[in-house]
Write a protein that binds this ligand. Structure first.
Ligand code: ZN
Ligand code: ZN
Ligand code: FE
Length: 763
């Protein structure tokens, strides 16, 4: 060591454990001939380095610029320390500190190095379905507690063989401290089971499973975060059988192919879509169907998009390996009966899926936490979340500043919850619709797990304003038991705050919020959903809302666009004439009953929902009279849009109301002129975008505000999103869209959290 040698202490936090960070530090330090050591703490990673100043500087640059793929640095601090005479660089044992915590890496798809080994006949892990390394494989789904060490994962029961142990111990090996490391001698194994009997093991299990798929049978396959149900996607009978058995009427099925080229045969694929499909997260990407796509309609009835993902585990690769006569595309839908959560425990899966699946391709690596596949679309070349789960959760959302420890319980449908600590918001993986016992208990156990994993003890709880949501009831119950404060946040305020947090918007600055969704409990007890708000994290003012219309039968009307159309016509004083599709959907007797119900306001809550307006228009122009899943009519209305149409319907603004009578007048007029439903659908979308601009211009006049946040489930409509964004920007507004969390209720817990934090701050 020369005379200018000095010392440096570096503390790093972020995703720096279990992702090859210490070996990366080791190789960088030894390459630069620096001495010292690196060790994990419960807070992150600490490094002590000794050598010439210029090399220490170089080390710091390389540390941030050449990170391992799964690592993420949130904070880095360094300060000089006195030089010490140390001969080499070493990796020291972990040092735990009570109460400290670390983010945990999400589960990641198999990396290129492991994939290469998987198909290399000379490699000792050739065709081994559980190959992984520090850059890839299961993480969150197998971790029971921190620190992230093998005994605290579901890999604890597999004792490393001497060869794997040597790799695990060698800092220069790419499997150094890869906790799930395994090989055919010591790791998990696959089995194929039919009627409770094991009929295939190892390669035999996979080849029998493939034979089943060729024969059009349905398989239950244990994956990374849960079970999938699979069948040959090109076999219409198999697809229909799966639909019937799963009791899933029209909801689209996700698809998987061996490689990107095969996806390109069926769907349009641009560069950014290809990049996201192949990203380490491997989400399901919704892609535009090609005209010549010959896959069965039953995969995604009436849809213009198909959800594709690429294999993300070595087992998927072996299962889908191309071969003469083997299906090019598999259905890979979540392993559940409709509305239930995805199965992930073996016994439970066998019980619940045995009526659906003809065979089970399983393995003996337990899944500790179930994680569904994530679903995205691409907006402005970036992922736009429909569902944020595997590959992304439990990565925290970074906040502008530190906030207290709070639990936000989310909404009812597409539930996620959120827990905060320091400047992190841990938005959970997708839980599902909190409508049954199974989903509720996975919500409760999920919260317990996150609290333990991230060492969070909530000081307060926040929930939706809706008194009947199971998440609200849970929150009230828990706040009572633990004697901690409870706050209830209005649904659309939470949506707005979620979009603001998603964009790191500063506290205390108001924006215009165009918050459009299906349902949210209003401060007046009515069902809101077409809301133009002015506000920020701390408060909102409801500046405009869609005209109130009755919702005959309450929430059940959601399945019945024709009922909604008739109710909205009636409230616009327009007659139910026989030429209208929603009128034709009922018998004259049913029409009489509905008329009486509306006239006497029997079980007719009032709503300003934008989702219901989409339902009404879809029904009126003959697109859909009965929905089998939430949002179906709206999706089909979007699909119907003629992209070349430029005309727009108008909405009249009257004090705080966005009137719809004129809209219906115009639609009926066009309908009777014989104008196509594609043109009408486009004029409706164009009209909404124009209305968005108009309300923003009015508010700009009043307040000077020029930033607009777009949140709520309606903004999953990409046609409307793009039209509105373009129009607003063209007129000088800046637009905040969602990037990190869904615009739908899957992102709402983040907003609740921030509203609660803002309320605490001002107290
Ligand atoms: Zn790997
Ligand atoms: Zn081994
Ligand atoms: Fe909502």
């Amino acid at each position: 060591m020369n005379s200018e040698a000095t010392g440096l202490k570096i503390s790093v936090s972020g995703i720096v454990q279990g992702v090859g960070f210490r070996p990366f530090v080791y190789t960088t330090a030894t390459r630069l001939k620096l001495s010292g050591s690196v060790w994990n703490t419960s807070k992150g990673v600490e490094i002590e380095l000794f050598g010439p100043q210029s090399d220490l500087d170089r080390f710091l640059t390389e540390l941030t610029e050449q990170l391992p793929v799964l690592a993420r640095i949130d904070q880095i601090e360094s300060y000089p320390i006195p030089f010490q005479e140390v001969t080499d660089f070493s990796i020291k044992d972990s040092q735990a500190e009570e109460g400290q915590f670390l983010p945990v890496s999400p589960d990641m798809s198999i990396c290129p190095d492991c994939l290469q080994e998987l198909f290399d006949p000379k490699n000792r892990r050739y065709r081994y379905p559980f190959i992984n390394c520090t850059n890839c494989g299961p993480r969150f789904s197998i971790i029971k507690n921190i620190p992230y060490d093998r005994p605290l994962t579901t890999m604890a029961e597999f004792k490393l063989c001497p060869t794997c142990q040597a790799e695990y111990d060698d800092p220069r090996n790419r499997r150094f401290h890869a906790q799930p490391v395994a090989c055919p001698d010591c790791g998990p194994r696959v089995q194929f089971i039919v009627n409770g009997q094991i009929i295939g093991k190892f390669e035999g299990a996979i080849s029998t499973a493939r034979q089943f798929l060729i024969e059009g049978k349905i398989l239950a396959i244990k994956g990374l975060g849960g079970y999938h149900l699979a069948c040959d996607a090109s076999n219409s009978e198999a697809v229909q059988r799966l639909r019937d058995r799963k009791k899933r009427s029209d909801r689209p099925f996700a698809l998987m192919t061996f490689d990107l080229e095969t996806v390109g045969k069926f769907c349009e694929l641009n560069e950014s879509e290809s990049l996201v499909l192949r990203s380490p997260q491997h989400p399901i990407v919704l892609l535009q169907k090609k005209e010549e796509c010959n896959l069965p309609e039953a995969l995604a009835p009436t849809q213009h998009h198909l959800g594709f993902m690429l294999p993300y585990t070595p087992l998927h690769y072996l299962l889908l390996e191309p071969d003469e006569g083997f299906p090019e595309v598999l259905v890979m839908t979540s392993g559940n009966l409709s509305d239930e959560p995805i199965a992930y425990e073996d016994e439970d899966a066998r019980e619940r899926l045995s009526e659906i699946a003809d065979g089970f391709l399983v393995h003996n690596r337990p899944i500790h936490m179930r994680v569904d596949d994530s679903v995205v679309r691409l907006v402005e070349q970036k992922p736009y979340f429909i569902r944020r789960s595997r590959g992304y959760a439990p990565d925290p959302i970074l906040l502008n500043n530190e906030i207290p420890e709070i639990l936000a319980c989310g909404a009812e449908l597409k539930n996620t919850f959120c827990l905060s600590r320091d400047h992190y918001a841990f938005l959970s993986h997708h839980i599902g619709d909190l409508e049954n016992y199974e989903t509720l208990s996975s919500f409760e156990s999920g919260i317990q797990h996150y609290q333990k994993l991230f060492r969070i003890k909530p000081q307060s709880i926040v929930a939706d304003l809706h008194p009947e949501y199971l998440s609200t009831k849970y929150a009230i119950d828990r706040a009572c038991k633990e004697e901690i404060p409870l706050m209830q946040v209005q649904h659309h305020h939470a949506h707005l705050a979620s979009c603001l947090a998603d964009n790191h918007w500063p506290a205390g600055q108001n924006v215009i919020g165009l918050i459009f969704d299906g349902t949210g409990y209003g401060t007046d007890g009515k069902i809101w959903g077409g809301e133009v708000l002015v506000g920020s994290y701390s408060s909102i003012q409801r500046r405009f809302h869609l005209a109130e219309t009755p919702l005959p039968g309450g929430d059940s009307a959601i399945r019945n666009p024709s009922k909604i159309a008739l109710a909205q016509l009636a409230s616009a004083d327009l007659p139910w004439t026989d030429d209208l599709p929603p009128v034709q959907a009922f018998t004259s007797q049913e029409l009489e009953i509905l008329k009486t119900q509306l006239a006497n306001r029997i079980n007719c809550p009032m709503t300003t929902s934008m989702g219901r307006l989409f339902d009404a228009v879809a029904s009126l122009i003959g697109i859909r009279q009965v929905s089998t899943y939430e949002g179906q009519a709206a999706i089909e209305l979007e699909n119907a849009c003629d992209p070349a149409e430029e005309n727009a319907y108008s909405f009249r603004l009257k004090s705080d109301t966005i009137e719809i009578a004129e809209l219906f007048d115009h639609i009926l007029l066009n309908l009777r002129m014989g104008i196509s439903s594609n043109t009408i659908a486009a004029r409706f979308h164009n009209g909404l975008a124009k209305m968005c601009l108009e309300v923003c211009q009015v508010i700009h006049e009043e307040t000077g505000l020029q930033t607009v946040a777009l949140s709520g489930g309606v903004w999953q409509n990409i046609t409307l999103l793009n039209k509105t964004t373009a129009l607003l920007r063209y007129n000088g507004f800046s637009v905040l869209q969602h990037h990190q969390v869904p615009a739908n209720d899957g992102g709402i817990a983040l907003g609740q959290l921030l509203v609660a934090a803002a309320a605490k701050q001002s107290n």
